[in-house]
Design a protein around this ligand. Structure first.
Ligand code: AMP
Length: 225
């Protein structure tokens, strides 16, 4: 199973992707995390991507497709995976069946209004140690400037600064939103209301996945016995 998470930046794809990974065991693959890691390590890929990312624009399709192809070729992806942030354009989506043929797919589009996105991203902080994501205005906001999970420092991503967020939203509406039509026409598209507490959004996701992943309902029933 290939689970694709769509949705604007800050809609909760990372958080929900981690919850899906925890329950169903598929690894979450974040194109943004892979790119940021390459930038930090100063690899040739990172050097190609950095300027686009700093401007809030998309990295070239071919570069990202090659990166994802390599990652999903790893052993832990054999029975399935969760894509967070990929595909981001119709040409990327069209390449996916070539680089990962013959796999069932399900698309979850997490919908959140632009106004809430701007609020959420201005309050988003990332742990520089373990990568955990926090919302400074959320119910589980860390009391200090450190990560409750590992004690690492909390930082704001450069591209979460207001001027870049505006551009990322613009890019989302022009280049990524057309994926809705693309996946609707393949009958794999599901819209998820992304506002509200994290666990409520996850309940909506679970309802879709339970209907779509063969055997998952059975697995849950066995667990409950
Ligand atoms: P994210 O963490 O998913 O918000 O991604 C951060 C940045 O990485 C984006 O603003 C893009 O510059 C770049 N990026 C991530 N995924 C992709 C993708 N699938 N295609 C092109 N650029 C991407």
């Amino acid at each position: 199973m290939r689970i694709i998470l769509l949705g604007p930046p800050g809609s909760g794809k990372g958080t929900q992707g981690d919850l899906i990974e925890g329950k169903y065991g598929f690894p979450r693959i974040s194109s943004g995390d892979l790119l940021r890691d390459s930038v930090q390590r100063g690899t040739p890929l990172g050097r190609k991507a950095e300027a686009f990312m700093n401007r809030g624009e998309l990295v070239e399709d071919e570069v990202v497709v090659d990166m994802i192809r390599e990652r999903i070729g790893e052993d832990d992806c054999r029975s399935g995976f969760i894509l967070d942030g990929f595909p981001r354009t119709v040409p990327q989506a069209e390449r996916l069946p070539d680089i990962d043929p013959g796999r069932d797919e399900i698309v979850l589009d997490i919908r959140v209004a632009d106004r809430s996105i701007i609020e959420r991203l201005s309050a988003r902080r990332i742990c520089s140690g373990c990568g955990s994501i926090y919302n400074l205005r959320g119910a589980s906001a860390p009391a200090s400037g450190t990560c409750p999970a590992c004690g690492g420092g909390l930082i704001q991503r450069d591209d979460d600064k207001p001027e870049v967020v505006q551009r990322r939203l613009q890019v989302y509406h022009t280049q990524t939103a057309p994926l809705e039509e693309y996946y609707r026409s393949k009958n794999v598209y599901h819209e998820i209301e992304g506002t509200g507490p994290i666990h409520e959004v996850f309940v909506r996701i679970e309802a879709v996945l339970e209907r779509s992943i063969p055997g998952s309902r059975l697995k849950e029933e066995i667990k409950a016995d």
